[in-house]
Design a protein around this ligand. Structure first.
Ligand code: GLN
Length: 281
């Protein structure tokens, strides 16, 4: 961005859109979010102030964040927040950026939980806590345990539970827990294989521990099904539904149903034990 010329909202957005198109699939949106962030205004405000000239203070701040984005930092790490299930969450680069597909997993769970009166939940690999906090927020009286391997994630989950007024019903814990009579264990575990991760360069700005689930991508599913016996497991899964994951379910006498996301990709596995000891209802 040349510093001599005068920049207004529109010209700076146009310039940045072109610049960020080299690294982002949504350069215009990115530019708008970053400028809004630098100016402490929302995107709608930008649209009605296209001709406004930008001060050098704002431009300095804006250049800084555009550079971070250009170097691969996800937009939500820069702004430090993310909306999930219409709730506001604090975010940092120690955890995965929550995805819209995960909202679909949570929506399905909420629907089933209401129909069945489920109240006791465990979220494995909670990260920023989006799943756990959403459950506590949308199911009154739900008790939710949120576990993770990193302290950073648990700290953030607790902050997010407080931010959304549910910290009394979201219990964070480092590592696995002994819990009985769970209705549901839900997880969006790290599920990529090492090879898949290697090729997905756009994910390299996020923590690898949140993305790769062992060599075959199934490591965390395996741990979960061996440790817990809820009525149901709700898992986010990779597309297409892997034969190795199917084998894991089959070998453990688990029944399952696979659901697609809005992009028609395999995304959700609802899983339960065949012997009926801990099945539905
Ligand atoms: N549970 C968090 C989410 O869905 C984190 C998931 C993860 O780190 N794999 O966003």
């Amino acid at each position: 961005m040349a510093s001599k010329r005068n920049w207004n909202v529109k010209s700076v957005l146009d310039w940045t859109t072109k610049y960020l198109s080299k690294i982002s699939k949504s350069p215009r949106t990115d530019a708008e979010i970053l400028l809004g962030y630098a100016m402490k205004k929302d995107r709608l405000w930008l649209y009605v102030n296209y001709d406004l000239e930008l001060s050098s203070d704002i431009l300095d701040k804006y250049r800084e964040v555009v550079k971070l984005r250009y170097n691969g930092m996800p937009i939500q790490y820069i702004t430090g927040e993310k909306t999930f299930m219409a709730l506001n969450f604090k975010l940092n680069d120690k955890v995965l950026v929550p995805r819209p597909e995960t909202e679909e997993l949570v929506e399905r769970l909420l629907m089933d939980a209401r129909a069945n009166g489920w109240k006791k939940f465990l979220d494995v690999g909670t990260g920023s806590g989006v799943i756990a906090v959403s459950i506590a927020k949308y199911i009154p009286n739900a008790e939710v345990w949120a576990i993770d391997v990193t302290e950073d994630a648990l700290k953030l989950t607790l902050e997010n539970a407080k931010r959304n007024g549910v910290s009394e019903r979201v219990h964070v814990h480092k590592g696995h827990l002994e819990l009985e009579n769970l209705d549901v264990v839900i997880s969006n575990p790290p599920y990529l294989t090492e090879d898949e991760w290697e090729k997905l360069e756009e994910l390299h700005g996020e923590p690898v521990e949140a993305l790769v689930g062992g060599k075959d991508g199934n490591g965390v599913y395996e741990e979960i099904i061996h440790r817990y016996s809820p009525k149901r497991f709700y898992f986010e899964i990779a597309h297409p539904f892997r034969s190795s994951l199917k084998r894991l379910f089959d070998e453990n006498n688990l029944r399952y149903e696979i659901f697609k996301d809005l992009s028609n990709r395999d995304r959700i596995a609802i899983v339960w034990r065949e012997d009926g000891t801990s099945t539905f209802g």
